[in-house]
Ligand binder design. Structure first.
Ligand code: 2HG
Ligand code: ZN
Length: 464
């Protein structure tokens, strides 16, 4: 390792401040937001250019050392955890926003740009970057690309993949590739850009991206509803969708609201609690849209689907209501939750929830369960909360023993064991519930092409 570090300094322009080996740094950059694995990398390097990234990759190949690419480390599947003496390659120092192409509504950025930084840039240009989630203040675009991050606006704007017009990557072999160069139309065969989106850094490292921006939404209005039954949540979703283009449709349950209220940071939406809550958002720049929304709300009340409801009157009220949904993940993190991030077709959601509910109720009778998610996209976050008197290891073991039943249910509906958080290490043992054996063989063959020595984020997604 010492030889690698000396070569980086002597031959590739690394300054000593771009290399960290102290215990505190190893612990900090060696992990993401998951709590399953202890970090144990050998070194953290902070390249400042694609060429410096390339030099690290070439040396890692030469010496057979694994690289863990590292962004904002807000991941929830241990995709950015380095627990086996890896070189952590942090993109923290590659955080510049480059050229803006107004006619293309496109901007070139480095992979270490923070999601919020890009959102702010877009806003300054009168535009919008629509991929959004609670960790936007620290997640990096490179990491978002690595997991094809989703979030709270997918129902209208899709996942990160939809916004990536081009990528610069260093492959696991050490080649620099420019993929698609920002074009909208380019029918010249395989689009390798899409292989790197969602690859979790297992094929190479994304160093730059060309990102599409969107027209800014107008007069966003938020409604929150309280409901007694889960099927009513789905009725309300399809009722509103039949009339209005929603920009979000989220749900959460009474456990989530109870934990949120205990923090004192969020206001109770209604006088009386209900079992389920839905938050929906839409653009309402014209009266007729608002009239439609109000009419639909009244109809849902009459049908007995909605027990209580509230609507934002301005943007700050809308932001206040969003806290009800956006603060959930961080609020429950103190309970060391065991996380599931599953999805099925929206059409199957009601039946799927019924099945999953019976699996978890009979297998976790003593555990508190928090249900929430992007139910408008068929994506459910199922968080099992650790009882205080149980050790973390015992708790995770117990949860893992139920996983096969949970994922068999996902498989029954042709769903995904990871809707938006990625596979990383925590979902690796369950990949076969979503991907067939022959599909996984193709994935492995692709990995072999881009990263023949398996130095890129080894141990993530699947074992090579
Ligand atoms: O903590 C979770 O399970 C989900 C986190 C995030 O994807 C969210 O939707 O808030
Ligand atoms: Zn989510």
């Amino acid at each position: 390792m010492q030889l690698i570090l000396e070569t980086l300094i002597n031959n590739h322009g690394f300054e000593t401040s771009q290399i960290k080996t102290d215990a505190e740094s190893l612990a900090h950059w060696g992990k993401d937001w998951t709590k399953h694995f202890a970090p144990a990398p050998s070194v953290i390097v902070f390249p400042k250019s694609t060429e410096q990234v390339q030099s690290v990759v070439k040396l890692a190949n030469e010496y057979g050392i694994v690289i863990t690419p590292s962004g904002g480390r807000t991941g929830l599947s241990a995709g950015a955890v380095a627990s086996h003496g890896e070189i952590v390659l942090s993109l923290d120092k590659m955080n510049k926003i480059g050229e803006f192409f107004p006619a293309d509504r496109m901007v070139e950025i480095e992979a270490g740009v923070i999601t919020e930084q890009l959102q702010q840039f877009a806003e300054d240009k009168g535009l919008y970057y629509p991929v959004d989630f609670a960790s936007a203040g620290s997640s990096q675009i490179g990491g978002n690309i690595g997991t094809n991050a989703g979030g709270i606006k997918v129902i209208r704007y899709g996942m990160t993949r939809n916004w990536v017009l081009g990528l610069t990557v260093v492959t696991g072999k050490g080649d620099i590739l420019q993929l698609n160069r920002g074009m909208i139309k380019n029918a010249t065969g395989y689009d390798l850009r899409h292989l790197f989106i969602g690859a979790e850094g297992t094929l190479g490292i994304v160093t730059k991206a060309q990102i599409k921006l969107e027209r800014a939404p107008q007069d966003l209005t938020v409604m929150v509803f309280g409901m007694d039954k889960f099927e009513h949540v789905m009725h309300v979703l399809s009722a509103f969708q039949s009339q209005i283009d929603l920009t979000a449709f989220e749900f959460f349950d009474d456990v989530a609201i109870e934990k949120l209220m205990a923090t004192g940071h969020v206001q109770e939406p209604f006088e009386a609690r209900t079992k389920y809550y839905a938050l929906l958002e839409f653009e309402a720049p014209y009266e007729p849209i608002m009239d439609k929304a109000m009419a639909m709300f009244e109809q849902c009340m009459e049908n007995g689907w909605i027990v209580d409801g509230v609507m934002s009157q301005n943007l700050s009220q809308a932001a206040e209501l969003w806290k009800l949904r956006e603060y959930i993940s961080e609020t429950i993190s103190v309970f060391t939750p065991y996380k599931n991030d599953v999805s099925v077709l929206i059409s199957y959601v009601p039946e799927f929830i019924r099945d999953i509910e019976s699996v978890v109720n009979s297998n976790y009778p003593d555990f508190e369960i928090c249900w929430f998610g992007h139910i408008g996209d068929g994506n459910l976050h199922l968080n099992i909360l650790k009882p205080e008197n149980l050790s973390k290891d015992e708790f995770f073991k117990k949860c893992q023993s139920v996983n096969d039943l949970v994922f068999a249910t996902v498989q029954k509906y042709g769903g995904s064991v990871s809707a938006e958080h990625g596979v990383g290490m925590t979902k690796k043992p369950y990949l076969n519930y979503t991907r067939s054996e022959s599909e996984i063989e193709y994935l492995k063959a692709l990995k072999q092409v881009f990263d023949p020595n398996a130095i890129m984020n080894r141990g993530k997604i699947f074992d090579v």
